[in-house]
Design a protein around this ligand. Structure first.
Ligand code: 5GP
Ligand code: MN
Length: 339
């Protein structure tokens, strides 16, 4: 845990006039929820703020307050470059290494603005001036809630900001079920709900928005594509670009599929492989002690958390990537089976 004092954060925010908030490539619920919560709060304190994402993100996140003002670097690289160049403070949320930003990383690297990391991923890089970092936090949204309160902004947390924060906590904890959820998490949720937020509205906006083809893709994954290896308590699912096209794949459609094999009794390690844009993206999830952050870091150019991580294959071939994964499994058998 590395948390600088709020007197330092207060002083830095006070003297900053052009603030940029950046989150990771392929932003998820926690990335957008935390970025837009902080954005809406800072706007309320009369700061000039912009959220910049490296690329686009799923439509089921577009209802979050402030979404229309988000600048996507992949669509508006010049605008993003100007904003970064003119900023005096940059918050980097829900990641801690410029490699998670693709091209936008170079812009940040050459910027002289002060940098603040608010994040809960393992092994943060050292590019920031100030840190609000805790791997024990269930989500970056939990940390942003604490951060706003720490700056003295609790009264400014309205229904819209609360909805952003609730979204990130919900999506990063598998709807409040992971071990990262603590009494503190629920106290924060209680506070967020007291703004008048309806949990069913948020759940519906995030999870009950599937297209018919997305539900069918999920069915296809489970009936045709899931491979279970009981002796290794492992299961994996893979999808080629062709298969994704067949189901009219839209951004975000494969999110969460990696977790489904956990419903099978005894499964403690799941992987999901998908092919797209000439790359193989992999998601890893574990239950218990097996550290998928280390596994993704060591073998698949990735990282994340102990029980949830992602990465990318060294080879741009789906079957070769799966074979590489399968060849690694025996070495990790003891770790996977460890309770
Ligand atoms: P997902 O599998 O949902 O894409 O990601 C799971 C977790 O691992 C998230 O917390 C995400 O931020 C992190 N993650 C995903 N891909 C990468 C990657 O390529 N590098 C690193 N360092 N973390 C990743
Ligand atoms: Mn997160």
């Amino acid at each position: 845990m590395q948390k600088d004092s709020f007197s330092k954060f207060k002083a830095l925010v006070k003297k900053s006039n052009n603030i940029v908030i950046v989150t990771h490539f392929n932003p998820d619920g926690d990335a957008m929820g935390s970025s837009l919560a902080l954005y809406n709060y800072l706007v309320k304190t009369d700061k000039k703020v912009t959220v910049i994402t490296p690329n686009d993100y799923p439509e089921f996140l577009h209802w979050l307050a402030g979404n229309k003002k988000v600048v996507e670097y992949s669509k508006q690289p010049k605008k993003a470059a100007t904003l970064v160049a003119n900023s005096d403070l940059i918050f980097t949320l829900d990641f801690n290494n410029y490699s998670r930003l693709e091209g936008l990383g170079q812009l940040l690297q050459s910027s002289t603005a002060k940098k603040v990391i608010i994040d809960h991923h393992q092994q943060p890089d050292n590019y920031a001036d100030l840190y609000y970092h805790d791997v024990k936090a269930c989500s970056t949204c939990e940390l942003v809630y604490e951060f706003i309160v720490g700056l003295g902004g609790k009264k400014l947390i309205d229904k819209h900001i609360a909805a952003c924060l609730y979204t990130g906590i919900m999506t990063d904890t598998g709807s409040f079920r992971f071990d990262s959820v603590t009494p503190k998490t629920h106290l924060i949720l209680a506070d967020l709900l007291s703004t008048g937020l309806k949990p069913s509205d948020i759940h519906t906006s995030i999870y009950d928005t599937y297209s018919e083809s997305r539900v069918k893709l999920l069915g296809y994954c489970l009936t045709e594509k899931m491979v279970v290896i009981p002796e290794l308590q492992t299961a994996y699912i893979s999808l080629s670009e062709k298969e994704l096209k067949r189901f009219n794949h839209q951004k975000g459609d494969t999110e969460g599929i990696v977790n489904y094999p956990f419903s099978i009794k005894g499964i403690t390690f799941c992987a999901f492989f998908s092919e797209g844009d000439g790359k193989i993206k992999i998601s890893f999830r574990s239950k218990g002690k097996f550290d998928v952050n280390q596994f993704a870091r060591k073998h698949f150019n990735g990282g994340g958390h102990i029980n949830a991580a992602g990465g990318r294959s060294n080879v741009n071939d789906l079957q070769k990537t799966i074979n590489e994964f399968l060849n690694l499994l025996p070495t990790y058998k003891k770790d996977i089976l460890k309770k």
